[in-house]
Design a protein around this ligand. Structure first.
Ligand SMILES: [Zn+2]
Ligand SMILES: [Zn+2]
Length: 75
């Protein structure tokens, strides 16, 4: 599966089962997170919007461990 990430090189996935992504806002690296979205999350969306989600893809933005260490060194 190929995940198109805007403004950067595509993230190539070897995982075919549901998983999520987190992206480092500093080095732009995309990491895989082995986690399915809980059913309660889908239920809540359905209840509030009437929308039934087939496949949910989350992209978390933050700092990876390497960059967090770099930021710490600078402080
Ligand atoms: Zn990083
Ligand atoms: Zn992935």
């Amino acid at each position: 599966m190929k995940i198109a990430v805007p403004n950067e090189a595509d993230h190539y996935d070897t995982r075919t089962h549901e998983h999520q992504h987190v992206k480092c806002s500093h080095c732009q690296k995309v990491f895989d997170v082995d986690m399915a979205v809980p059913q309660s999350f889908r239920d809540k969306i359905k209840k509030e919007t009437g929308f039934e989600i087939g496949r949910l893809h989350m992209m978390g933005i933050g700092l990876c461990q390497k960059c967090r260490n770099k930021v710490k060194e600078k402080l």
